[in-house]
Write a protein that binds this ligand. Structure first.
Ligand code: ZN
Length: 409
């Protein structure tokens, strides 16, 4: 048993180390991942038809009739179902059931069994939140999204705009015309690209990804699972899901949900690192309020391998501080919480005061190279946790190092 737990932990760690922007996170508490372990007769469900299950009061995809109509109506009344009430349990109904289950802390298997229905028809069943949009730039601190800080499926940033209405072709190619981002961040991106152009690095920029909804991420994950299953006959759903989670983030855990993160690369180039564009971005994005979110020497903290193309808007003051002190977002926010970093312009003073008191500026990381970007290889052995299981079993995600495919959905 202990061994099994350790092995699961190792698998989770394995998954975490792969491709941040697609998979930023999320394994440990993924209820969907453990979906097959439903509370309602899982073995029976695997072999029985929807009609047979329905006869036992369990509603699943394929069920139809009055009890489905009643279920749909209730889901609609509570704000989970946007489609029509037609008495046919299809994909939309399943999604609504999952959303209801997640919000009501039930197993998220998309099956309306006894427990789910009891909760659903109870007077105190939790309704879906309304169409509330989140101002992701509100507040003093940059909002954190990672495996431990996930957003729910109702999360929508305020102020989203189409990137290609702000950034024209002379500055960059927007790979997908529907790509959106939060207006202030897209405008900062434009300013940054104008500066790059003025510096003579104006060619071949491409914006490959921006805002991603919870559904987008969910679809990406499902597409990846499907692809694994079709390539590997005989794989179980849970095995395909585990494999997919190595390269695609669990919905809710992708920083792209904020509308403040963009995948920026060089058009036609299969790798971004090492290009003129990448070097410029690494050196200058901070001045325009962006951070290189996942850096090599911070992999153990962020949980993701380096992604030189994934930038995140946090505002100039925060970005410059993180650059100057070589901090990733997790470290920066922790420093503020600890009081070792003080906001509102007094951050430098606090750091100096800490220095005078005989402390390192970054006491939590005294061995970090001060200027790692000049010698990235110096940060060796960032590697795998000691107890990482079976590295031979690891698969490289298809899109590793290929930012062109960064949002392959
Ligand atoms: Zn990304």
């Amino acid at each position: 048993m202990k061994h099994a737990v350790k092995r699961i932990a190792a698998l989770l760690l394995t998954a975490l180390l792969i491709c941040p922007c697609l998979m930023p996170a999320a394994l440990a508490e993924s209820p969907a991942e453990s979906a097959p372990a439903a509370t309602e007769a899982p073995e029976a469900k695997a072999t029985m038809t929807p009609a047979e299950l329905q006869a036992q009061g369990i509603l699943t995809v394929g069920a139809k009739g009055d009890d489905v109509t009643r279920l749909q109506q209730r889901l609609k009344d509570l704000g989970y179902l946007s489609g029509k009430v037609d008495g046919q349990f299809g994909g939309g109904t399943k999604r609504a059931v999952i959303a209801f289950q997640r919000r009501n802390k039930l197993d998220t298997d998309g099956v309306a069994g006894q427990e789910t229905q009891a909760r659903l028809y109870a007077d105190d069943a939790l309704a879906a939140p309304g169409e509330e949009k989140t101002d992701v730039l509100a507040g003093e601190l940059p909002m954190l999204v990672n495996k431990d800080h996930v957003v729910d499926e109702f999360f929508t940033p305020a102020d989203l705009v189409l990137v290609n209405t702000v950034i024209k072709k002379d500055l960059a190619t927007v790979k997908y015309k529907k790509t959106r981002g939060v207006k202030a961040a897209v405008e900062a991106l434009k300013t940054m690209l104008e500066a790059a152009k003025a510096d003579g690095v104006g060619k071949k920029w491409q914006i490959a990804a921006g805002y991603r909804s919870w559904d987008d991420q969910n679809n990406m994950l499902n597409a990846k699972i499907k692809s694994y299953k079709s390539k590997n006959k005989g794989w179980s759903s849970s095995r395909a899901r585990r494999a997919a989670l190595r390269s695609v983030a669990e919905p809710g855990a992708s920083e792209h949900h904020l509308g403040l993160a963009f995948d920026v690369n060089r058009k036609g180039s299969s790798t971004f690192a090492g290009t003129k564009n990448s070097e410029w971005l690494n050196e200058h994005c901070w001045e325009y309020g962006f951070i290189i979110r996942y850096q090599k020497e911070k992999e153990e903290i962020t949980g993701f391998v380096a992604e030189p193309w994934h930038i995140r808007y946090v505002g100039v003051e925060h970005a410059m501080y993180m650059k100057e002190h070589n901090l990733c977002l997790e470290e920066y926010l922790q420093g503020i919480e600890d009081g070792t970093i003080v906001l509102n312009g007094s951050a430098e003073n606090a750091a100096e005061a800490a220095g005078e008191a005989g402390e390192e500026e970054e006491p939590e990381n005294p061995e970090e190279p001060e200027v790692p970007e000049e010698d990235p290889d110096a940060a060796d052995d960032m590697g795998e946790p000691d107890d990482m299981g079976e590295p031979d079993d690891m698969e490289e995600p298809d899109d590793m190092g290929e930012p062109e495919d960064a949002d392959a959905a």
